[in-house]
Write a protein that binds this ligand. Structure first.
Ligand code: GDD
Ligand code: MG
Length: 347
């Protein structure tokens, strides 16, 4: 059986002012009427077990409500603090092997968009077969640009249809390296979906990041179950180093394989990325909510609380919420992360 592990921990400053600390990106209905988290649940293979969700304790009711609305049950592992993905997946793996079994984990971010669910599930099925043979599998996407925020996977020896050994994994390369990787045609983007045996992951952590495994083992051992919540021990978990599976494991293992994901994928990392994957009108505009748009082209306009009128604009992002409004040229959206972090620092 395949055990889905849903990660819901990131902050997502690049979608300010809609994403906030108390309602981060997975819990926003960005593209359809459904939240990204609900869309993630809808993408699970039919035969999969009830999912494990790993999230910050601050978001426990958001997650519980999403599961309830989807008519699903699942254990929710509550992190007292963010320690990035390597510890989050370790907690799930420890929970998975507790009953003496060693299921294949399907680790999914809960803040991505995938257009074609059957194609996604076909890639997952290929990945599960390889994970059973002892591979640590990631789903890889054909790169579209020299994005520096992703992991890059160099394809090695072919293992099966649409599947290769990972020759080299490079997390978040600099711009020149990303450029060279894209030009070579040898590389795929890491989608952030991982398929691996729980026991295999724990064995890799023991070798590559023992401090993470030690802290997580103690924190999980001392966890308290509270209805559908498993409260991870605060002090023990906070003692874990913060690191991602990409840096801690993927860059250092020679047991990794990649399966192609050709399903329409985006991590919706910014407003322009959302504009990119949405249906646009003939003038290239996206309008959400109560919007009046005239003589404008290439705009993303979102009104949450008031009527928003945009006239004669080109390539503009306008996002109105109850207490904050963003106006920026699409090209300038890259400034948002630093600006929001500065705002937060000022309190
Ligand atoms: N539970 C939990 N706890 N989840 C977390 C934590 C944490 O501390 N930190 C991150 N996550 C979740 C996020 O919510 C997201 O769904 C997923 O794990 C990945 O984390 P990101 O912070 O979004 O990573 P990234 O975007 O910088 O990079 C990853 O994703 C790229 C594709 O979007 C890497 O895997 C890259 O290699 C990859 O290309
Ligand atoms: Mg991300």
């Amino acid at each position: 059986p395949v055990l889905p592990v849903i990660l819901a921990g990131g902050s997502g400053t690049r979608l300010w002012p809609l994403s906030r600390r108390h309602v981060p990106k997975p819990f926003l209905a960005l593209k359809s009427g459904e939240t990204l988290f609900a869309e993630t649940l809808a993408r699970l293979p039919e035969a999969a077990m009830a999912p494990l969700v790993v999230c910050n304790e601050a978001h426990r009711f958001l997650v519980a409500e999403q599961l309830r609305q989807a008519g699903r049950t699942g254990l929710i592992l509550l992190e007292p603090a963010a320690r990035n993905t390597a510890p989050a997946i370790a907690l799930a793996a420890l929970q998975a092997v507790q009953a003496g079994e060693d299921p294949v984990l399907l680790v999914m971010p809960s803040d991505h968009w995938i257009a074609d669910t059957p194609a996604f599930q076909a890639s997952v099925a290929r990945a599960v077969a390889l994970a059973r043979e002892g591979w640590l599998v990631t789903l890889g996407v054909t790169p579209e640009r020299a994005e520096t925020g992703y992991g890059y996977i160099q394809r090695g020896e072919r293992l099966a249809d649409q599947a290769w050994r990972v020759a080299r994994f490079t997390e978040k390369p600099d711009a020149a390296t990303a450029e060279a990787f894209c030009r070579s045609g040898d590389y795929l983007w890491n989608s952030g979906v991982f398929v691996l045996r729980a026991g295999h992951y724990l064995a890799l952590l023991e070798r590559l990041a023992p401090a993470i495994l030690t802290a997580c083992t103690e924190a999980h051992g001392k966890a308290r179950q509270d209805l559908d919540f498993l409260r991870i021990d605060d002090a023990a978990f906070c003692a874990s180093p913060a690191d991602s599976i990409d840096y801690a494991v993927m860059e250092h293992t020679d047991h990794a394989a990649v399966v192609a994901l050709t399903a329409g994928w985006s991590d919706i990392g910014s407003w322009p990325a959302l504009w990119q994957v949405q249906d646009r009108d003939d003038a290239g505009n996206v309008q959400c909510g109560d919007v009046l748009l005239r003589e404008s082209r290439g705009c993303y306009v979102r009104a949450e609380h008031r009527l928003v009128a945009v006239l004669g604009a080109e390539d503009l992002v306008v996002v109105e919420t109850a207490d904050a409004v963003l106006v920026a040229p699409r090209e300038a959206a890259g400034l948002l992360k630093a600006s929001v972090e500065a705002l937060e620092a000022e309190g």
